[in-house]
Ligand binder design. Structure first.
Ligand SMILES: *Cc1c(COP(=O)(O)O)cnc(C)c1O
Length: 371
């Protein structure tokens, strides 16, 4: 049995007619930029995320860049974030000319160590970007408490965490700005690149809306220098078909995570692998199910040979990336993130995964450790 890390076709198959009808509707309208598909999607996703403002944008990466631009963060400013995330989080900070300040992770959740983030605040700090990594919310309360009186914004990188909740409230509505991605492998995936910014603040939302379209309002009158960060109507139409299924897909991912726990316990593998932990007061939506494994690289090779897809998120923390050498971090600076990079392995967790496939994954892992 082969088990891919992700099977997008399994999600597409039952929705195919409806998706093609939505795409056809946009083609027949010949309205590709702006219009009712965008407006409709933004209304629907704002309701889903319980936020007053949700703006469709071109990607999760652009959402982060726009968030920093909206807050006028740039050269001379510092932005604190985790050293362990997808590159876009750190790349966005560097691209606006600000200085990324990295901190280590909490070893249980892979998320930013909130105490370390607060300790990294200096007079130059303008923002903290917690990443809700793998679908589990970062510990937001200490960050919000430490920044609320200072002029420091919390920007949530919720690219992997649409629908995840912290203390019962969805992520993306906690900080000044929430950033989401609809990259095809995310829990809500478009047919290409797409993203979203959210805010509870009217003035920030107005700036984000301007920035998305060259700072222009009305046509050819430019209040600020923005960019082309627009979501297109084809992607919005696809996302509108998929959004009503998101809650059920998330429940299926959570069910699969619970089933893995049962299978790993039965197999007696708890000493060889560390399963993901769920921190109190948080809903984990399992964009990824990431284990820590002894002898990880050889385990991955064994699984690959057996037809089981896995991925290493992420092999190199930011402070060890070549492009950030000028920032002057030394190897060993963030030992928990470095240990995670050396041992983490994502297993298939997508909603349509079957119990038989999960059993095959755990069996293959058992075989590896029993050699
Ligand atoms: C996917 C991702 C992004 C970037 O989103 P794109 O839509 O691919 O640009 C940013 N941050 C994190 C944590 C991500 O996983």
């Amino acid at each position: 049995m082969t088990v891919p890390l992700l099977d997008l076709y399994a999600q597409y198959r039952p929705l195919r007619e409806e998706l093609l009808a939505a795409v056809t509707r946009v083609c027949d309208s010949q309205r590709f930029i702006g219009g009712s598909e965008i407006d409709g999607f933004e209304r629907e996703v704002a309701t889903h995320l319980q936020v007053p403002h949700a703006l469709g944008v071109s990607s999760g990466t652009d959402a982060l860049v726009m968030a920093l631009m909206a807050l006028e963060i740039g050269p001379g400013d510092e932005v604190v974030t985790s050293t362990y995330s997808f590159f876009a989080t750190a790349g966005a900070i560097a691209r606006v000319g600000a200085t990324p300040v990295f901190v280590d992770i909490d070893s249980d959740t892979f998320n930013i160590d909130a105490a370390a983030a607060v300790a990294a605040i200096t007079p130059r700090t303008r923002a903290i970007i917690p990443v809700h990594l793998f679908g589990q919310p970062a510990d937001l309360a200490p960050l919000i408490e430490a920044t609320s009186k200072a002029e420091i914004a919390v920007i949530e990188d919720a690219a992997q965490a649409i629908g995840a909740a912290y203390q019962g409230r969805p992520v993306g509505g906690w900080g000044a700005i929430g950033c989401f991605s609809f990259f095809p492998s995310k829990n809500l995936g478009a047919f290409g690149d797409a993203g979203l910014v959210t805010s509870t603040d009217d003035a920030i939302a107005r700036r984000l809306r301007l920035l998305r379209n060259h700072g222009m309002e009305p046509k050819y009158y430019h209040h600020l220098v923005g960019g082309n960060f627009r979501l297109d109507a084809l992607q919005a139409a696809v996302l509108r078909v998929k959004l009503p299924h998101l809650t059920a897909w998330t429940a299926a991912r959570q069910h699969n995570a619970a089933h893995y726990r049962a299978l790993f316990a039965e197999a007696g593998l708890i000493d060889m692998v560390r399963l993901p932990t769920e921190a109190p007061d948080r809903t984990h939506i399992y964009n990824q199910f990431v284990i820590r494994a002894t002898d990880r690289d050889r385990l991955q090779a064994h699984l690959t040979a057996g037809g089981i897809g896995t991925e290493i998120y992420y092999p190199v923390p930011f402070h060890q990336q070549e492009c950030f050498v000028p920032l002057g971090y030394r190897p060993g600076a963030f030992p928990l993130a470095e240990a995670a990079a050396a041992s983490s392995l994502a297993l298939p967790i997508y909603p349509e995964l079957t119990h038989a496939q999960q059993a095959a994954v755990v069996d293959a892992i058992r075989t590896f450790y029993r050699r």
